[in-house]
Design a protein. Structure first.
Length: 395
């Protein structure tokens, strides 16, 4: 086990006063898999008040003290420390109505979601693994702790976490666990859309999303995520051919929808404006065929910075030929937007254009420049603008 020395110092403070403390959760799982942990969680037999006194010399954030959780800033790093606990009932299918503290690490681990997350470690006792988490890591298997239906009925967000872990780790899902997730999927209706959206995005941008997405579609999970829409399995199978970018993978997920309906789905999941704009730009642009430099510049004019991702998705979905993304990338510095023109609205106003005619003239000039970037010279554009405006005067 390799982890920072300050973790041993934290555990040592607890053991020095007769308490137990262990590394638990995702940090331990990742260490056993061989992945670098992002942060560290500690579980302890000490009550929150005792934890506060043990770390009086440190900055402590009372993250969720009612449920026994404190965050200690140690060596500049946040470490979440939680008292061993047993959860009460889950009336809202998300949060326990009550918690009670226990002195048993095994009881604490028994309330956790999956066996790979239900282990504990310290140097004194070694690995505590009452549910076979290490063996499941070796098998690359995700399995619920105890009764899967009970685990998922306690907290339905665990269903999304199951598929997200599968996508992140490339692990298979135990059949009984998958059956439990399917049976309890209606519980997702009680989960905040923001939480579902976060898990979905993490799943989509993981290294191995295809199998997880396929299982979600086969089991009808998407009915509780994207109302009245289920992605096509054949489309989902292409996710790993795309960059691990949220805009392009959201666009793939919503490939079967038009942009207006896709926008409704994204808004219903409470995604941020920038996320929605990016996904819709990629979805819109990917349905355009990029076959040459001219069409590449037209795509850039339509989708801006998202054009390479749109071209990539267009390639993957068979709309554009192979090499479309590279063609677009080579054109990214070419004039493709009105703001790239060597003429602006003030210039047109000085030529006598007014109101909407200014915008339509700029659009006309942009179309010409996209077709032939050499035309993007001020004198040339002024001459073309005069010709266009004179024709309009005669209409």
């Amino acid at each position: 086990m390799r982890y920072p020395e300050y973790i041993d110092e934290i555990i040592g403070r607890f053991e020095g006063c007769g308490e137990q403390a262990f590394i638990v959760g995702g940090s331990l799982r990742d260490m056993l898999i061989g992945l670098p942990p992002h942060d560290y969680d500690i579980a302890t037999s000490a009550l929150p008040e005792k934890t506060l006194s043990l770390f009086a010399d440190k900055r402590v954030i009372e993250t969720g003290i009612k449920h026994g959780t404190l965050t200690v800033i140690f060596n500049g790093e946040p470490v979440e420390i939680t008292t061993f606990r047993i959860d009460g009932s889950y009336a809202d299918a998300r949060h326990p109505d009550s918690v009670s503290f226990t002195r048993s690490i095994e009881e604490d681990l028994s309330r956790r979601d999956f066996t790979v997350n239900a282990m504990a470690y310290n140097k004194t006792l070694g690995l505590v693994d009452p549910f076979g988490g290490r063996e499941d890591i070796e098998k690359k298997l995700l399995r619920a702790v105890g009764d899967p239906c009970l685990r998922f009925s306690e907290d339905a967000l665990r269903i999304m976490r199951l598929f997200r872990f599968s996508a992140q780790l490339g692990f298979d899902i135990d059949e009984d666990t998958l059956l439990g997730a399917s049976a309890c999927q209606s519980g997702l209706e009680h989960i905040a859309k923001e939480r579902i959206a976060s898990e979905l995005l993490r799943l989509l941008t993981s290294p191995y999303p295809c199998r997880a997405l396929a299982l979600m579609a086969e089991r009808g999970i998407f009915a509780h995520v994207l109302k009245n829409y289920s992605p096509v399995l054949e489309d989902l199978a292409k996710a790993e051919l795309l960059p691990r970018d949220e805009a392009v993978r959201l666009a793939l997920l919503l490939w079967g929808e038009d942009n207006d309906t896709a926008a409704e789905h994204l808004r219903s999941l409470r995604y941020a404006g920038k996320q929605i704009t990016g996904a819709l730009a990629v979805l819109r642009g990917a349905k355009e065929r990029v076959a040459d430099e001219h069409s590449a510049r037209a795509l850039i004019a339509n989708t801006g910075v998202y054009a390479p991702l749109a071209a990539c998705l267009s390639e993957v979905m068979g709309i554009s030929p192979k090499g479309a993304m590279a063609t677009v990338e080579r054109q990214m510095d070419m004039p493709c937007k009105i703001s790239d023109l060597k003429i602006n609205g003030k210039d047109l106003a000085s030529l006598g254009a007014k109101g909407k005619l200014i915008g339509s003239t700029l659009e006309q000039l942009l179309g010409a420049v996209i077709a032939d970037p050499r035309l993007n010279q001020r004198d040339t554009l002024v001459r073309m603008a005069r010709e266009f405006l004179s024709v309009k005067d005669c209409e």
